[in-house]
Design a protein around this ligand. Structure first.
Ligand SMILES: *[C@@H]1O[C@H](CO)[C@@H](O)[C@H](O)[C@H]1NC(C)=O
Length: 463
């Protein structure tokens, strides 16, 4: 990402220094759960907080939340160390009070370092420290998978103080249960890896993690069983050169941002899943079977170009950084439109089959991460990231918000509604389906690997 100095756009600001309520309405269908003027942390004592402010170990204006995850009554929040004064990169806020009751909307809730303060210190020992976390993902085995980029700084200021590492925590005991340091061959000189997806197979040791190298243009596969990793390189991981222009409050170019948003389909009849992946500066999804990714010999052979496939281009205003699948419906953050969008997996991947499910132009600026729980609650964080990166946030204003809503209700009545009658089965055509067929020397999309094989009836995922 490049830094530009651009005049800040006018923001609605609250009259007093400390907000007590949010003057901006939530997007329809979502409930505001947390909101912040600026981030704060749960220091053990007020004296320690004052000392951290004084020593600039904590510089509130440099703290921007980027990723979320939800597990039981914890809402995890990551804060990258892009600048000095970020005291803790992996944190949580409780979703319930001590009696197990859901909490009302909370302003400026202090973040609690996870699993503790010590782990969130920088530098050595790298296996026990978290430097910068962008995304963390909980799995159905009660584990939290955390990718530490090992970096401090952003762009040209980046220092690699630790190697890229996967840290795994037992969510029931809050203990670290595994650490894996990415191999030198998993990255290259341009690597910037922020996002992961976790793929649990038939049992908890049969787990793979896919990590996207956004600026080095790779996909890294980690096998827990083998405790080993390998890398795929493919031109589909690159940005689309015509999709690097953004208008999100201000105009800027992210011309280099490759593969970022990823999501797995439910298990298909052959036991595989399909990984959908989307370069950030692109208007389309690409996809590959997890059978290919899990096959280390494929990666070594370099003979996998035609195992990767792509959907048609959706056109401007379809930049995304997150996509999540629930009940046969893909939910995505439309960062250009202050909106959430959807697409039902059994329909053709065309703009007409995409719908905007909610949008709001003040409270929903840059929805940077989305999650959907097993019970169908969608969570979204908005953080005005481009304004933070390329101008300055007004900390009298409310800048960061977390919302929740019912995923099925959000798409009810839209073209993505999973309870509406199934559409006719799509017929393969050269335009809609792009999988290379060596026999016909053409691009089509065989049913056997199609994410369209997702049952048309709403499916229950890992309940
Ligand atoms: C877990 O699944 C893998 C892959 O199917 C299998 O090889 C392994 O034996 C299983 N482990 C256990 C403990 O069941």
């Amino acid at each position: 990402m490049r830094r530009f100095v651009i005049p800040i756009l006018a923001c609605l600001s609250v009259a007093s220094g400390q907000a007590v309520s949010d003057p901006a309405p939530p997007p329809p269908g979502l409930t505001e759960r947390f909101f912040w003027n600026q981030l704060d942390y749960a220091y053990p004592t007020p004296q320690m907080r004052a000392a951290a402010l004084n020593s600039q170990e904590f510089v509130p204006k440099n703290n921007l939340p980027v990723g979320i995850e939800v597990w039981n009554n914890k809402l995890f929040i990551s804060v990258p160390r892009w600048d000095k004064g970020v005291p803790s990169t992996l944190n949580f806020v409780p979703l319930e009070d001590e009696y197990g009751h859901p909490l009302p909307p909370i302003s400026n809730a202090p973040l609690i370092p996870y699993p503790d303060w010590e782990t969130n210190q920088m530098g050595a020992p790298c296996k026990n420290r978290l430097n910068t976390v962008y995304r963390m993902r909980a799995d159905e085995c009660g584990r939290l998978w955390v990718l530490d980029s090992g970096t401090i700084g952003i762009g040209d200021t980046t220092q690699q103080v630790c190697p890229y590492g996967l840290h795994v925590y037992d969510l029931n005991t809050n203990q670290q249960i595994h650490y894996y340091q990415l191999q030198a061959s998993d990255t290259n000189k341009d690597s910037f890896i922020a996002n992961i997806v976790v793929d649990v197979g038939g049992n908890c040791s049969d787990t793979h993690v896919y990590a996207s190298d956004e600026l080095g243009y790779g996909l890294i596969v980690y096998s827990l069983d083998k405790d080993f990793s390998w890398r795929f390189d493919h031109q589909y991981f690159h940005p689309d050169p015509v999709a690097g222009d953004y208008n999100i409050g201000l105009n800027y170019q992210w011309s280099e941002e490759g593969i970022f948003a990823m999501e797995l389909t439910p298990v298909q009849p052959d036991g595989s899943k399909t990984l959908l992946f989307h370069p950030l500066s692109s208007y389309r999804n690409f996809f590959v079977s997890t059978n290919i990714l899990k096959d280390q010999s494929k990666a070594i052979s370099k003979n996998y170009f035609h195992d990767f496939s792509y959907f048609p281009d959706l056109g401007p205003n379809f930049h995304i950084t997150t996509q999540v699948i629930h009940n046969g419906v893909l939910y995505k953050n439309l960062i250009d439109q202050n909106a959430l969008g959807c697409w039902r997996l059994d329909k053709d991947y065309t703009p007409a089959n995409h719908a905007i499910i909610t949008k709001e132009d003040t409270s929903f600026i840059y929805p940077s991460d989305l999650r959907i729980t097993k019970t169908g609650t969608l969570w979204a964080i908005t953080d005005r990231m481009p304004i933070h990166l390329m101008a300055t946030l007004d900390f009298k204003d409310i800048n960061f918000r977390i919302f929740s809503g019912d995923a099925n209700q959000l798409v009810a009545g839209t073209i993505c509604d999973p309870y509406l009658q199934a559409p006719p089965k799509p017929q393969p055509s050269a335009y809609n389906y792009h999988r290379y067929d060596p026999e016909y020397k053409t691009n089509y999309y065989p049913e056997s690997v199609s994410p369209y094989r997702t049952p048309l009836k709403p499916v229950k995922e890992y309940d």
